[in-house]
Write a protein that binds this ligand. Sequence first.
Ligand SMILES: [Zn+2]
Length: 275
Amino acid sequence: MIGADGVLCDLTKTLAGNAAEVSCLVKAGQDPHGMKLKPSQRAELAKAKLVLINGYNLTPSLKTAKTNIPVVSVGELAVPSNPDNDPHIWHDPTQVVAMSRVVSNKLKTAADNSAAAGIAERQSQAAAILRDLERWSQTQIATVPEKNRVLVSKHKAFGFLANRYGIRELPVMDAYAPGGALRPSSLGQISNAIKTSGTKAIFAESLPPSKTLRRISRSSGIPITSGQLYPDGLAPGKNLVQTATTNVCTFVTAQGGQCNQEQAERLSARWAALS
Ligand SMILES: [Zn+2]
């Protein structure tokens, strides 16, 4: 058994094909930052042949789990230059390409020799799809008027998406209320920042939106999106590529751009056909 967290679970399953059994250590939609391991997961981890985690402290509880083998922090090997130690590295598809190289190398070592060629082939196809995903995202985001290319969220999770595609990121709670408590003075600052940012919407990171986010929306007069962004891993029932295209389309549509759903579906079908 091979264990993996976050979007790494789908990446590892896709690259492994039938060469290994891959177990997801974080469920889709679950908060990786605060997750606690269940006894059954501890038992599974103790037997694992390979444990791949995102790293940069995405899942603190996995970092310290007891295993027979060293836990591999894939993101830290794939993206060594990360000045803020931001764990949300997969929002930039070019960084997922780098992660796919690390994962395929680790899989080749852990699996039988006969599986190596298949793993290498799937890695090169996965990298091609991820590069197409990057170009597709670039094209969709370019349809958003420049003044609206801003992403207002609660927690700082979309820095790599923002950097890759030329979006301004405004994570209001992390920027103005880092302790998590929303004081009247910080609410005023947040409202001002949102009103002057050019955004048409505030992006929910879970549904229903939290009380804090609703207060911010009421005070700033800017609506919360009806669909949510997925900051911390896979969207329930969706693969890595679908999660990424869903995030891009939610952003683009809310900010007055156009999203090509048909092309998005073709990308995720290509990805699904790999494994
Ligand atoms: Zn996060």
